[in-house]
Design a protein around this ligand. Structure first.
Ligand SMILES: [Zn+2]
Ligand SMILES: [Zn+2]
Ligand SMILES: [Zn+2]
Length: 268
């Protein structure tokens, strides 16, 4: 099982429009962050997590032409606004594109893109989703088992996910302010875990870098990754700041869950 980071930035993306700060004007491509999204894939199955506003660019960049399902973390626009770009994943399939989300996100998607969910939507040129409300319960797509992990984030129902295939595990929690104790065991001891680290100062709806590291130490993945970063987080500084078992995610990073420690060896 491999994980490709299509985007690793917060809702504004980095650089932020109009900003002249050192990160937004940096020459290092690892400081350029499209909105957060990952592709989780095995030989048989390709899952996209969230359809961010940069999905078109991400698909072109990585020659992504087909997915087996789309899975949503929550309804915020930086995770849903690229919904219509998934038309391109529907042109070549006869059946509907499986879509998994919690109840609240699914209701919001139905409000925003009602035409797509309409039973009369049969035109091959539109996105034709087959909606599944996972209701927080584990589900299977192809050869990947997916476990929703309820987390606290802003005021909307939000899930992280754990993906398991062939004995390997990857956890993805891009937006989180707090991990409920009941969700803690679901994220413990994974091969790799990528989690929200928006910035250094305290934030109401996201983990800070230090809160991320503290939580990572308790959850003890083989490899911990920080994602969903804002423009106050400089890649090289963050890389030096993180403990040995952790790295910053960056756009285009691909990890092999069978040897996540390989990524740690690329540290300076
Ligand atoms: Zn977000
Ligand atoms: Zn900036
Ligand atoms: Zn959010």
């Amino acid at each position: 099982m491999r994980v490709l980071f299509l985007g690793s930035g917060t809702s504004t993306g980095v650089p932020v429009i109009g900003c002249t700060c050192p990160v937004c004007t940096s020459d290092n491509p690892r400081n350029m962050r499209l909105r957060s999204s990952v592709l989780v894939r095995t030989e048989k199955t390709t899952l996209l997590v969230d359809s961010c506003p940069d999905l078109r660019m991400q698909a072109l960049r990585h020659n992504l032409t087909a997915i087996d399902a789309i899975i949503y973390t929550h309804e915020h626009l930086d995770h849903t606004a690229g919904f219509d770009e998934m038309r391109a994943f529907c042109w070549h399939r006869e059946d509907r594109l499986p879509l998994y989300a919690g109840s609240s996100c699914l209701a919001q998607l139905r409000r925003m893109f009602g035409w797509a969910f309409d039973e009369s939507n049969t035109y091959q040129g539109y996105i034709r989703p087959l909606a599944h409300d996972h209701a927080g319960k584990p589900f299977v797509v192809g050869d990947i088992e997916v476990t929703p992990v309820p987390v606290v984030h802003a005021t909307v129902e939000t899930f992280g996910y754990v993906f398991r295939a062939a004995g390997l595990s990857f956890g993805y929690v891009p937006d989180i302010a707090e991990l409920p104790e009941t969700s803690f065991p679901l994220l413990c001891g994974l091969d790799a875990l990528a989690m929200d680290g928006l910035c250094f100062p305290p934030h109401r709806t996201h983990l800070t870098i230090d809160q991320n590291v503290e939580l990572m130490r308790r959850l003890a993945p083989k490899l911990g990754l920080v994602t969903h970063c804002g423009h106050r987080v400089e890649y090289t500084q963050l890389q030096k700041y993180l403990p040995d078992f952790m790295i910053p995610a960056y756009d285009g990073l691909e990890i092999d869950c069978s040897m996540p420690e390989a990524e740690r060896e690329t540290r300076p």
